[in-house]
Design a protein around this ligand. Structure first.
Ligand SMILES: [Zn+2]
Length: 114
């Protein structure tokens, strides 16, 4: 589930670990733990393939310590992602926007019937 998301998060953590912790081919223990955790969260995401961007998701499923770490990763790796993998990144954010819209419509529709 969420295979594309998993790839993006793995790439971002790799970029972050390389520049923040000086690792080369493999992640440091901390980042490896974060990656496993992020993948687990995606596996168990309530919204599955229709999930909104994690930033706009109403379910804050990360525990505080992990949330802090992933925020740091996004802040550092986000701009680099666009530079290193422009096509993948643009595709990813385009997909996220579409899903956000879909998610917003769906939420509204659900609220109306309640
Ligand atoms: Zn690291």
């Amino acid at each position: 589930m969420n295979a594309g998301e998993k790839k993006v998060v793995a790439t971002m953590i790799a970029i972050y670990c390389r520049s923040a912790h000086g690792t080369k081919a493999t992640l440091c223990e901390d980042c490896n733990e974060l990656l496993t955790y992020a993948h687990q969260r995606l596996e168990h995401c309530l919204y599955g393939e229709e999930k909104p961007t994690c930033a706009s998701c109403p379910v804050h499923c990360y525990k505080p310590a992990m949330r802090q770490k992933i925020k740091e990763v996004m802040r550092m790796a986000g701009p680099r992602m666009l530079f290193l993998h422009p096509i993948e990144t643009v595709k990813h954010f385009h997909k996220e926007r579409q899903r956000d819209r879909h998610f917003a419509t769906k939420t509204k529709a659900t609220q109306k019937t309640e």
